[in-house]
Design a protein. Structure first.
Length: 574
């Protein structure tokens, strides 16, 4: 591509490269080895969440180098920078999980600040773990410069004595070990083989769910989100993204041209169709918020309600992300949804073409059984369901993919933290038919809205996963399975009904009708509300305290600023 096709006078980088008054600024670029030509080309921020915290992110630095080669080949000047990530698998089951959702905001904020401070013209964002994916997409929509999202890729499945396993099996192995069903030696052997490569958790947990979203919403190149991290084809996708973002600059195609309400509906559709993580019900409203679009948990749930469940993926099904990629990838899933009227085909994507145009030549693969045709689904309604009722006036969400029973009623067992609940599971201080109520774990009350995978996985390991239910104002991991309902709102910390429940109250759950009720009269709830008092958290300062002061309800995405609707000047136009 000819660099002369770009008019720097209309790009943000003009503020640091053009005119005599910017000679001091240019001297810094010469100090880093840039040529005069490179300084006067468009600047492309290449943001990665690389770190040594976990396998999810370890390959991102290498992939970023391929991106930079693609940018340079198309007459752009790449500028690489890193941001943080908190890896849920390692943060899980202790106080570290309070950092997880907070990190989504820090990622979006830090990418924004780096881009603003250095006046980059476009953004390619590489992310590998649960919150880094939506965080990066939120930054793209907030800045609204031409952008392409790249997923770092999933991990390969492990193999334990001939059986394919994932980290989900490790969490459930803890429960089996606690009841003597798995020896310490077997546990030790499993943990050494469960995660055999770089990449994010391999099933349709949150990372792969949001990777699927990145293609469905139009911010990622077709097929790019499905290739596992170790596959060499990832470098080809990265190089192509570097080239393609230069086309987007030339055509002035921006994230808010792509992320429309229809695109958000497409994203919610693929989440339900793939039996994806309930966390998408939190992240899609947050991405919409950056674009100034009202699209909350109830809007997501409406899409879920009418979407067939067609991808047989773990944790509810049989296959992992690698299997889906090799069967035909996310485009195979989307093509059958499009052909059967479940997707909007006229949505623009980062290819510069519409979704329908991208999928036009995708052929159905009869030799695979990972994805079913949308007119012959596993179940006729989505793998994720929204709930509401007197226990959740602001909604709640549950993953039903792979579940046989969609109704449950039982007495409440109340816990005011995940630690209390996990201790009860570990000591088997509960009964079949109980409904665990884990509260004060919401966005504000946690603070940080922790995931409860350690508790739910331990229950499955004890053989009780389908014999009890759990509800929380916190979250559940994408690896969670069973009757586990999260995002219950309003949360306990602001006086929501979940904070008024007492041991023994009967809770009714109906994932067919979408109801979550407690068998109490409104008068009794009001009586208890009058006696309720807010709880203090253990955080009086620092980032988590700051988050608690700003964060909004889960229904709206647990967002921390007014969003696109309140924006006075868009960065891309400044």
């Amino acid at each position: 591509m000819d660099a002369k096709t770009f008019d720097k006078s209309k790009l943000p980088s003009r503020h640091v490269t053009e005119g005599a008054e910017r000679a001091p600024h240019r001297s810094y670029y010469y100090a880093m080895g840039l040529s005069k030509a490179e300084i006067h080309q468009p600047f492309v921020g290449v943001a990665t969440c690389w770190n040594e915290a976990a396998p999810c992110n370890i390959a991102l630095m290498r992939q970023a180098q391929a991106v930079k080669k693609g940018v340079a080949a198309a007459a752009g000047t790449p500028r690489e920078f890193c941001t943080i990530t908190v890896t849920d698998g390692i943060a899980m089951g202790h106080q570290g999980m309070k950092s997880s959702l907070v990190s989504r905001e820090v990622i979006a904020d830090s990418v924004e600040l780096t881009m603003r401070g250095h006046c980059y013209d476009a953004l390619i964002g590489l992310a590998g773990c649960d919150k880094s994916l939506p965080g990066m997409m939120m930054a793209m929509c907030r800045l609204n410069v031409p952008s392409i999202f790249i997923y770092g890729g999933s991990i390969l499945p492990g193999n334990f004595r001939g059986q394919q396993i994932t980290v989900q099996d490790m969490f459930e192995a803890v429960g089996r070990h606690s009841v003597g069903a798995l020896s310490s030696d077997d546990l030790d052997e499993m943990e050494q083989v469960a995660c055999p490569s770089a990449g994010a958790c391999g099933a349709q947990f949150t990372a792969n769910t949001m990777a699927t979203v990145s293609e469905a919403i139009g911010l990622a190149l077709p097929y790019s989100a499905g290739a596992p991290a170790p596959y060499e084809i990832r470098d080809r996708f990265c190089f192509a993204a570097g080239e393609m973002v230069m086309d987007l600059i030339a055509q002035n195609i921006r994230p808010r041209d792509i992320v429309t309400r229809k695109a958000l509906e497409n994203a919610a559709t693929v989440v339900a169709a793939s039996g994806g993580s309930t966390n998408a019900g939190l992240h899609l409203p947050a991405i919409a918020h950056e674009c100034g679009i009202d699209f909350d948990l109830f809007d997501v749930a409406e899409i879920f309600k009418k979407t067939p469940y067609i991808a047989d993926l773990k944790p509810g099904g049989r296959y992992v992300a690698k299997d889906m990629f090799e069967a035909g990838g996310i485009p195979l899933l989307m093509k059958t949804l499009l052909d059967n009227g479940f997707l909007h085909g006229d949505c623009l994507t980062v290819t510069g073409r519409t979704m329908a145009e991208n999928l036009e030549k995708v052929a159905w693969n009869d030799d695979q059984d990972v994805v079913r045709p949308a007119d012959d689904p596993i179940t006729p309604t989505g793998g994720v369901v929204g709930l509401s009722g007197n226990l959740a006036p602001e909604g709640a969400i549950v993953k039903v993919a792979g579940m046989q029973t969609l109704k449950f009623a039982g007495p409440a067992r109340c816990f005011d933290s995940e630690e209390e609940a996990f201790a009860a599971v570990k000591d088997r201080r509960y009964a079949e038919g109980d409904v665990f109520v884990i509260r004060y774990e919401g966005p504000r009350g946690g603070p940080g809205m922790r995931e409860m995978l350690s508790t739910t996985a331990a229950l499955y390991g004890q053989g009780m996963g389908d014999k009890v239910a759990l509800i929380t104002d916190g979250r559940f991991s994408g690896a969670t399975r069973g009757f586990c309902i999260g995002h219950v709102g309003p949360e306990a910390a602001v006086g929501g009904p979940i904070g008024l429940i007492e041991d023994g109250d009967i809770i009714d759950i109906d994932a067919v009708e979408g109801r979550l009720e407690v068998q109490l009269s409104e008068a009794e709830l009001e009586r208890r509300r009058a006696d309720w008092r807010p709880r203090e958290t253990a955080y009086g300062s620092g980032t988590i305290w700051k988050y608690a002061q700003l964060v909004g309800p889960a229904q709206k995405g647990a967002i921390t600023h007014p969003g696109g609707q309140a924006e006075k000047e868009c960065y891309a136009d400044s």
